[in-house]
Design a protein around this ligand. Structure first.
Ligand SMILES: [Zn+2]
Length: 101
């Protein structure tokens, strides 16, 4: 049987966003029944078009927030670079067509 090795290290990049889940636990005597709901940090991400939530411990929040920001920055940089390359390619193809006329 294959065993999943769970490495304990800070993730470098993570997709999704950090959110706060708010919920009532359902116990009639709990403070959340009449007052503030329970809050827990979570990573919201999507897999094959479906949104998933991963509840985090307070200790995990900082590293997850950093990895989410790193992922977002990397995606933005890649998109900006791709946009420039696309503009260059479009200009080159248009110039080639113009010179053939
Ligand atoms: Zn409760």
């Amino acid at each position: 049987m294959m065993r999943l090795v769970i490495r304990k290290h800070a993730p470098r990049v993570l997709p999704g966003s950090l959110i706060t889940l708010r919920r009532k636990c359902g116990k009639a005597a709990c403070r959340c029944a009449t007052g503030e709901p329970h809050e827990s940090p979570a990573l919201s991400y999507s897999v094959a078009g479906r949104t998933k939530m991963l509840t985090l411990t307070p200790e995990e929040v900082d590293e997850v927030a950093q990895a989410v920001a790193c992922y977002r920055n990397a995606v933005n940089e890649l998109e900006a670079e791709a946009r420039v390359e696309l503009d260059n390619l479009v200009a080159r193809v248009q110039a080639r067509r113009a010179s053939k006329r």
